[in-house]
Design a protein around this ligand. Structure first.
Ligand code: SF4
Ligand code: SF4
Length: 149
């Protein structure tokens, strides 16, 4: 399978949408300040790890990874809009994030218990032919795919 086709089928496109929904611009501003202060930024570290794995495990160049990140950002609003996590028994009060399967979202910081997962009923899940669940606890589809490589 060609690399581009693989990326599309593997759901990497899911990554795109998340930066906006999880407050991309607020997060970016906060991380910018932390960087200026020389503090480590956890979210950037996670994304840096994803980028590193995409280069090392998928053989993508820096430019290709950058292009994928742009695609992820563009895809994020749709993922968040279609996500049905808020109706899930595992979704806890106080959680506001959506689209945990998306590469730019990943694990929830609030959901801790497996009560049930309704991901298989989600249009995004069906559209991208996903097979797992509990992304809020396990991490994004991309991270899980990369971990298996
Ligand atoms: S597959 Fe699950 S985590 Fe992903 S958008 Fe749908 S309900 Fe949300
Ligand atoms: S990822 Fe699955 S288990 Fe987690 S809140 Fe969404 S539907 Fe529920």
């Amino acid at each position: 399978m060609k690399r581009r086709e693989f990326i599309r089928n593997s759901g990497l496109l899911l990554g795109g949408a998340s930066l906006v929904g999880c407050g991309l611009f607020n997060c970016a501003k906060k991380e910018e300040k932390m960087e200026e202060a020389g503090e480590p930024t956890p979210e950037m570290s996670r994304l840096d790890m994803i980028k590193k794995d995409m280069m090392e495990k998928q053989g993508l160049s820096e430019a290709e990874v950058a292009a994928k990140m742009t695609e992820f950002q563009e895809m994020l609003p749709e993922v968040k809009q279609m996500c049905i996590c808020a109706n899930c028994p595992s979704y806890v009060e106080g959680e506001t994030e959506l689209g945990f399967c998306h590469a730019l979202v990943g694990k929830s910081s609030k959901i801790t218990e497996r009560k049930s997962c309704i991901c298989p009923e989600c249009p995004i899940y069906k559209k991208l032919g996903m097979k797992r669940g509990y992304y809020c606890l396990m991490g994004s589809k991309l991270e899980l795919d990369l971990a298996e490589m």
